[in-house]
Design a protein around this ligand. Structure first.
Ligand SMILES: Nc1ncnc2c1ncn2[C@@H]1O[C@H](COP(=O)(O)OP(=O)(O)OP(=O)(O)O)[C@@H](O)[C@H]1O
Ligand SMILES: Nc1nc2c(ncn2[C@@H]2O[C@H](COP(=O)(O)O)[C@@H](O)[C@H]2O)c(=O)[nH]1
Length: 205
């Protein structure tokens, strides 16, 4: 029987650098044993984003249809749009032994925690709110009103950090990457994850 993969959930306020850190991990090869779960959203595509790569871009009606069919592992309304994780991909990928990486906001992460308590929940934090605003503004992808809404959300999200297993500060991308790598390596060694292979070794199963 194939051993089930590990689920890593990375959350943190918009603009903290979740995507940047994930892409840096991909480049250096530390996500080679992970599959990234592409989320579904109703928000508009940003320049350069591709359907099926950055998100599955869908209408509200299509998204609500997925919810009604039980097709979402989790979903949330964030600012003015729906965001969610398609269930089938996560389930099938974990069942085939691959680790899965989700990059989602806090309300969705808490739904996943209820359904998959074995997951590893990491909260990426900014060094301070000034840097966070600077990063969102510098990305140039949102207008001022949206940036203000996202900053207000950020305060609420940071309050939810106590529901996570780990807090990682993204002061510098390589440091944040190293911290997450450390967490993943340790989590892979946790006794509940490895005990079955030892039971097999001593014929205890
Ligand atoms: N450690 C860092 N120091 C300075 N700038 C950073 C750092 N990490 C990321 N950034 C910059 O911050 C901006 C936002 O990063 P990114 O888009 O990865 O955030 P995010 O958390 O994925 O946002 P969202 O949740 O809205 O998708 C980008 O312009 C990125 O280059
Ligand atoms: N609950 C979920 N949140 C998600 C998912 N995919 C992305 N997100 C989060 O939404 C905000 C805004 O993202 P943006 O791309 O518009 O900047 C951010 O915090 C994302 O992490 C998801 O599947 N479920």
């Amino acid at each position: 029987m194939v051993e089930k993969g590990m689920l890593i959930v990375l959350s943190g306020p918009s603009g903290v650098g979740k995507g940047t850190v994930r892409k840096a991990m991909l480049r250096e090869g530390s996500l080679n044993h992970f599959k990234y779960s592409v989320s579904m959203t109703t928000r508009e595509k940003r320049p350069g984003e591709q359907d099926g790569v950055d998100y599955f871009f869908r209408t509200r009606a299509q998204f609500e249809e997925q919810i009604a069919q039980g097709g979402m592992l989790e979903y949330a309304q964030y600012v003015d749009n729906y965001y969610g994780t398609p269930l089938k991909y996560v389930q099938e990928t974990l069942d085939s032994g691959w680790d899965v990486f989700l990059e989602i906001e806090v309300n969705g992460a808490m739904q996943v925690r209820q359904k998959m308590p074995d997951g590893v929940f990491i909260f990426l934090t900014p060094p301070d709110l000034k840097s966070l605003r600077h990063r969102i503004t510098g990305r140039g992808s949102e207008d001022q009103a949206t940036i203000d809404k996202r900053m207000a959300k950020a305060r609420e999200e940071i309050k939810m950090m106590s529901n996570y297993d780990y807090a990682v500060v993204n002061d510098q991308v390589p440091r944040a990457v190293a911290r997450i790598n450390q967490i993943v390596q340790s989590e892979h060694l946790r006794v509940p994850r490895v005990i079955d292979s030892y039971r097999k070794m001593i014929g205890d199963k």
